[in-house]
Write a protein that binds this ligand. Structure first.
Ligand SMILES: C[S@@+](CC[C@H](N)C(=O)[O-])C[C@H]1O[C@@H](n2cnc3c(N)ncnc32)[C@H](O)[C@@H]1O
Ligand SMILES: *[C@@H]1O[C@H](CO)[C@@H](O)[C@H](O)[C@H]1NC(C)=O
Ligand SMILES: *[C@@H]1O[C@H](CO)[C@@H](O)[C@H](O)[C@H]1NC(C)=O
Ligand SMILES: *[C@@H]1O[C@H](CO)[C@@H](O)[C@H](O)[C@H]1NC(C)=O
Length: 494
C-alpha cells in the first residue's frame, strides 16, 4: 500500500468510529510494586481484569470506549495510554541499520486506526470539559489532518452520549478546569489546531521511548528518533518535542514491545494537592498504601507524619466513612495540609462550608501523641527517609520511638500500620526491638523518586501496651514525657 491509500484507509475507518462500545486495550503506568493493587481497583470499578507486568509499574486492561472517562478517574494510575499493538516476542535485528529499517516497516503496518480514534474521542471529552459552551458541534477531523486533508465530524449520537456521561460523572471537574488559567490556555491553543478549517496544519507529534534490557544494539534515543522518523513519514505529521498533539509511546522491555498513544498529558498523581512540600507523596502511591490497609467503616485512621497531607487527603476522598487524623511536628507542613484541605473543600462545597470532611489536622510530636492508648485502627505514614527530610542519624532515635508510640495508640490485636520508608535497615532494626507489639505481615517494594523504598505492612499483636519489657519506660506512668526527652537528648547535646 502506498501512503495515501494507507492514510486514506485510516481515515475512512476513523470516520465510522469510534463506536461507543468499541473494545480497546488501555495501558497504564502505576507506582512500581503496586501493580496488583491497581489491578484490584480496575477490577472493582471497571469490572475488567488487568494483566500485570510484574514489578515494572505497568498494567493493561481491556475496556469499551464508553468507560474512558471512568478510566481517567481511577486513583491508582499515573499515566494512561491506548495500546496500538503489543508484541510479546519482538525479533530485534542485530545491527542498528537493520533495526532502523524494521522501525520504518513497523510504523507503516501498525493498526493505528482504533487507537487514534480513542485518542480523538479522549480529546473530544477534554475539549468539552474545557469549553462547555461550544455551540457548533462540527469540527475538523483530527484524522483529516493526517496527510489527506479530509474533514469529518464525530457522529452526533456519540457526542450526545458523552455529554450525558459527563453530566453524570464530571460535575466536580468541569469547575476545576475553568478555575485553572493554564489549562484554559492549553484548551484554546489546542482548539485552534482543531478548528483549522482547511486542515493544512499537520498534527504535531513526538515519540517517547522507554527501554529496558541489555540485549539491544540501540539506545532509547535511537529508537525514538528512528521510529519517530518513520511515523512522521507515514502520517506526514510534524515532529515537535514540546507542543505536540499526539504522543506516541514506544515501550521496549527485552523482547517485549508495546506501541501506544498517550491519553494523559501529565501524570495524574498530582491530583488534589495544591500546596506542595519538599517530600509530597504521589497521590497514586498514597492511594495504593491506603488500599493495603483496607479501611473499614468508622475506622480511626492516623497519619502522624502527614507533611502536606497527601495520604489523609486521598483517604478522605475515597473512604468517607472513616475518620482521618493527620499531624506533623513542623508548622509549615501543618499549614500546607490545612491549605490543601481548604482548597478541596472550596471545590466540593462552593465556598467551603464548615462541616466538610472527616479529617482533622494537628501539630504534634509523633513521639508524644495527644491520644488515648488503644484508640486507633490504622496508622499509615510516610516516614522521613533521612535524605530530603531528617537525617539517617536522627532516624536511629526516631524510628524506635515512633514504633513504640504507634503501638501504644493502636488497638491491640486488630490495628494495622502501613509505613513507607527508604531507611530499611534502621526500620527493620527498630522493628526487631519491638517484635512483641508489631508483627510484619508483608513488604511492598516501591520506587519513590528513584529511591528504593519499602512499604511495611504491620499488624498490632494482642499484647497490651506497657506489659512487656520492650515498651516499659522508666518511670512508666509519666513515661511519654520522659520518652520525648530521651529521644531528643542525644540529638541535641551530643
Ligand atoms: C516524608 S515526610 C511526609 C510527606 C508527606 N507524606 C507528604 O505527602 O507531604 C515526613 C514528615 O515527618 C515529619 N516529622 C519528622 N519527625 C516528626 C515527629 N517527631 N513528629 C511528627 N512529625 C515528624 C516531617 O516534618 C515531615 O513532614
Ligand atoms: C483525555 O481526557 C482526559 C479527561 O478529560 C484529559 O484530562 C486528558 O488531558 C485527555 N488526554 C489528552 C492526551 O488529550
Ligand atoms: C480530585 O482529583 C480528581 C482527579 O483530578 C478529580 O476528578 C476530583 O474532582 C478532585 N476532587 C476534588 C474534591 O477536588
Ligand atoms: C519545616 O519544613 C520546612 C520544609 O517544608 C523546612 O524548610 C523547615 O526548616 C522545617 N522546620 C523545622 C522547624 O524543622
Amino acid at each position: 500500500l502506498n501512503f495515501a491509500e494507507q492514510t486514506g484507509k485510516t481515515c475512512t475507518l476513523a470516520v465510522s468510529g469510534p463506536e461507543l462500545d468499541q473494545a480497546v486495550t488501555i495501558g497504564a503506568t502505576v507506582p512500581t510494586g503496586f501493580e496488583h493493587t491497581a489491578a484490584e481497583e480496575v477490577q472493582e470499578k471497571l469490572e475488567a481484569t488487568a494483566r500485570v507486568s510484574k514489578n515494572r509499574g505497568r498494567i493493561y486492561f481491556d475496556i469499551t470506549t464508553d468507560k474512558l472517562l471512568k478510566v481517567h478517574q481511577l486513583k491508582s494510575l499515573d499515566n494512561l495510554f491506548v495500546v496500538v499493538k503489543e508484541y510479546d516476542d519482538y525479533q530485534f535485528k542485530t545491527t542498528k541499520e537493520e533495526v532502523q529499517i524494521d522501525w520504518q516497516e513497523l510504523a507503516a503496518k501498525l493498526p493505528w486506526t482504533n487507537a487514534l480514534a480513542v485518542w480523538k474521542l479522549n480529546n473530544s471529552i477534554k475539549k468539552k470539559k474545557g469549553r462547555r459552551k461550544r455551540t457548533n458541534p462540527t469540527k475538523s477531523d483530527q484524522c483529516g489532518n493526517v496527510g489527506t486533508k479530509s474533514t469529518d465530524t464525530v457522529p452526533s449520537d456519540s457526542e450526545e452520549l458523552w455529554e450525558d456521561l459527563e453530566a453524570l460523572e464530571v460535575k466536580g471537574t468541569q469547575k476545576d478546569v475553568s478555575s485553572q488559567p493554564e489549562n484554559d490556555y492549553e484548551e484554546e491553543k489546542h482548539s485552534e489546531i482543531q478548528d483549522q478549517e482547511s486542515g493544512v496544519t499537520p498534527l504535531k507529534f513526538r515519540v517517547t521511548c522507554n527501554r529496558a534490557g541489555d540485549k539491544h544494539c540501540f539506545t532509547s534515543n535511537d529508537a525514538a528518533r528512528d521510529f519517530g522518523g518513520a511515523v512522521q513519514e507515514f502520517f506526514q505529521w510534524k515532529a515537535d518535542m514540546t507542543k505536540f498533539d499526539v504522543e506516541v509511546l514506544l515501550n521496549i522491555h527485552n523482547n517485549e514491545v508495546v506501541v501506544g498513544i498517550a491519553l494523559t498529558v501529565e501524570s495524574l498523581h498530582r491530583r488534589n494537592i495544591t500546596h506542595f512540600g519538599p517530600t509530597t507523596l504521589r497521590s497514586t502511591l498514597a492511594y495504593g498504601m491506603l488500599r493495603l490497609c483496607k479501611p473499614q467503616v468508622s475506622d480511626v485512621i492516623v497519619d502522624p507524619m502527614c507533611g502536606t497531607g497527601a495520604i489523609p487527603l486521598e483517604g478522605v476522598m475515597e473512604w468517607q466513612n472513616s475518620f482521618f487524623l493527620a499531624g506533623d511536628n513542623n508548622g509549615t507542613a501543618v499549614s500546607r495540609s490545612v491549605n490543601n484541605i481548604k482548597h478541596i473543600l472550596k471545590r466540593t462545597h462552593d465556598g467551603g462550608s464548615s462541616s466538610g470532611l472527616p479529617l482533622d489536622v494537628v501539630q504534634w510530636d509523633l513521639c508524644n501523641l495527644p491520644m488515648r492508648s488503644s484508640s486507633v485502627d490504622i496508622i499509615i505514614t510516610d516516614m522521613p527517609f533521612g535524605k530530603r527530610m531528617g537525617s539517617k542519624k536522627k532516624n536511629w532515635e526516631l524510628y524506635p520511638l515512633c514504633l513504640r508510640e504507634m503501638a501504644r495508640v493502636c488497638k491491640p490485636g486488630t490495628a494495622k500500620a502501613v509505613l513507607l520508608t527508604q531507611d530499611k535497615k534502621c526500620f527493620l532494626k527498630a522493628l526487631s526491638q519491638i517484635e512483641g507489639l508489631w508483627r510484619k505481615l508483608h513488604t511492598v517494594w516501591v520506587n519513590v523518586g528513584g529511591l528504593h523504598a519499602g512499604v511495611f505492612v504491620l499488624k498490632r499483636t494482642a499484647v497490651v501496651f506497657g506489659t512487656t519489657s520492650e515498651d516499659v519506660m522508666e518511670p512508666h506512668t509519666s513515661g511519654k514525657e520522659k520518652l520525648y526527652w530521651k529521644a531528643k537528648e542525644p540529638v541535641l547535646f551530643q
